[in-house]
Design a protein around this ligand. Sequence first.
Ligand SMILES: O=C(O)c1cccc(C(=O)CC[C@H]2O[C@@H](n3cnc4c(=O)[nH]cnc43)[C@H](O)[C@@H]2O)c1
Length: 222
Amino acid sequence: MLTAVDAERAAVTAGLSAAGEAAGGTEVHTVGVGLAAAAARTTYVLMSRLAVEQARPDLVVCAGIGGGFAPLAPVGSLAVAETIVAADLGVQTAEGFTPVAELGFGRSEHRPPARLSRAVAAALGAAHGPVLTVSTVTGTAARAAELAGRHPGAVAEAMEGFGVAEAVALFDIPVLEIRAVSNAVGPRDRAAWRIGEALAALTSAFGKLPGVLEVEAAHDDT
Ligand SMILES: O=C(O)c1cccc(C(=O)CC[C@H]2O[C@@H](n3cnc4c(=O)[nH]cnc43)[C@H](O)[C@@H]2O)c1
């Protein structure tokens, strides 16, 4: 499990402990804020695990707080990524935005295992749709509308998912992204942030996640 900051890591760890996950059984690491830090630290964590323990995780989950797109993901709710999208990686002209993949460079999105992301969303009561990775937090209604128009069904935005997914793809490991909504994507309003509420939702989600993953793994084997 990978989070951006320690408060998120503590929330995830508390949920896993409540679920009876033994300490160290599921590793939880912080990878820093933003796509570049997340990609670098994720690669480091996975390389270390391979080199030192000769172990490769079955799944990597990027988790934390995020902005929610109304009305799909209100403050305090959860969002699970159907796709993890690099929403501002490309070129912006007067005609609009062209994603980097359409320019012929690299990729613009990663797709978690469809059945698994759907099952996790359903079990957590979470919104399920594209989760956008941005390098600049949305702070205006116009930018929120532009992103929602470009990514129909988008449920949340945050700053690390695509970086984690890029790194994880190097190791051919499946990835999920789970966000607890601390604020609405739209005009900046720091007074309206509900970080405590979002961290509590994250803890609750990670209290349920091990059970869901166990059921899904059993399905995979049948
Ligand atoms: O200063 C602000 O107005 C502001 C608004 C939202 C988020 C920030 C951050 O610097 C937090 C970055 C941190 O939290 C995640 N996060 C939480 N909400 C959002 C959001 O609406 N858009 C993007 N990222 C968000 C993010 O993943 C980082 O880890 C400042």
